[in-house]
Design a binder for this molecule. Sequence first.
Ligand code: GDP
Length: 595
Amino acid sequence: QVREDIRNIAIIAHVDHGKTTLVDQLLRQSGTFRENQIVQERVMDSNDIERERGITILSKNTAVRYKNIKINIIDTPGHADFGGEVERVLKMVNGVILVVDAFEGPMPQTKFVLKKALELELPVIVCINKIDRPEARPQEVIDEVLDLFIELDANEDQLDCPFVFASAKEGTASLNEKQQGNSMEPLFETIVNYIPAPRGDFEGPTQVLISTIDYDSYVGRIGIGKVERGSIKVNEEVTIVNEDTPDIHKKVRITKLYEFEGLNRVDVREAKVGSIVALMGIEDIHIGDTVCDVEHPEPLPFVKISEPTLAMTFSVNDSPFAGQEGKFVTSRQLRERLFKELQTDVSLRVEETDSTDAFKVSGRGELHLSILIENMRREGYEFQVSKPEVLYKSINGKKQEPMELVTIDVPEEFVGTVIEKLGSRKGEMIDMKPSKGGYTRLEFSIPSRGLIGYRSEFMTDTKGNGIMNSIFKGYEPYKGDISTRSQGSLVAFEAGEAITYGLFNAQERGSLFIKPGTKVYEGMIVGENSRTGDIEVNVCKKKQLTNVRASGSDDALKLSPPRILSLEEALEFIEEDELVEITPENIRMRKKILD
Ligand code: GDP
């Protein structure tokens, strides 16, 4: 049986290629909104950090209507895979729209998601956007997209995909790259005609597979998923089961049932096969749970949440400058915030440690944890973080380590440096080929630990011109010590504001953790060289943190054995002429001025 009145699609796009604008237009033109009603900006991409980093972390739902057909649009995480989220999202849909900028062409960030979609045999609509740009080159971009499909082993049907040429900005779409349309209708038509309607057993016993968890401080946990069989009704008693624990049956009553409409959730009495629903009021609901008919507690298989690969300790800030940065500083506040995060982020783990002031937080890679840190910092939490540490696994008595696949696009002149740096971090190059605009595409397989701290080095090495993406590859036998690495991760940050960002942030030198333009005070940075174990003292003369060099700078001084220096001690390592600027007094004084 077919739900002709529904289409479930996912949208895949590289950052800035126009996904948000496109969805806004679809909303505007779909009749979801009354005329002149302004669609809230940045519908799908509400998280600032996602924007800044060019990634989407949580998938969001929107629904538009076209000719009595409801089109559920699910955003896909565009960058790294935080624990199987991409696949879970893609399992809910029957097709995807790949949005590609008509000038830039396909970008590596979307490749991973597209690959998953192709593997799941989903039909793809290619939407070449920004066709209005004077420099648009749609014909070449079509070829580039098809090349990418071939590279990713698309099947014949997928290669035969429809292309829609759109200007999301102007709200137009066309099936012919030489003509500009006058509305989004061609795209709507392509969606309803090309993407299959969901099918399923209408009468069978209820099965709803929960794919995402949302959290709202008023209503608590919200389980979002698709009705896979039968229907679900308000006030009905259901059983929640999970493939992993098939013997545990939790009986609950559905008190609130929602579907998506526009940007909102709307109350419904009943939802049938193919509908994407939100269930509220079930405290104990998790990703991968199946909401079942009481008589038929049959769990559906789901994409397993992958294990964390990296851990960091989050602890209360005990530095002399504590309490100046944020309003939430106590261990209780830190604890509550971290445990709250677990409600929605399934690939995160939080554990208590021997100290009540410290928590071990494990996640999927440096980026995953850095996003959490940045989010918390923006919310006003002040805390310290340790250097990240890779989580090894023992498989058949052998030490195995997490590996990443890294894709890098850089101008040719930087290729040598990248190869050398990643090589010294145990990276193994698996591919190298020319890419557009004089760029070279490099692919590496590298231990996750080899990437720690590399991102900022990469940005410096490529003068900000490189693009780097990594995804978890799997566990492989331990590759041996990385001996030639010089990271200079900071152990103390005696230079103004930045002190509360802790060790790891300091190591990242602002490119990831500290907003460019953050004020720091003239002073010094004391850091540990992870290769030699030496402490390095770096003089910071600039007030923009982005310009601070953490290590390897000519004015780095060495101290052995490693220990944290007091400011006074550190002062001994500063050259005469620099000493005039840097004293505990003038640091404090400057701080006052800036406060
Ligand atoms: P997202 O990051 O994929 O969500 O991209 P946005 O929708 O935020 O768009 C990124 C930028 O491209 C914004 O400045 C948009 O105004 C612009 N943009 C989006 N669609 C078009 C288009 O069709 N034509 C042109 N010229 N610009 C567009």
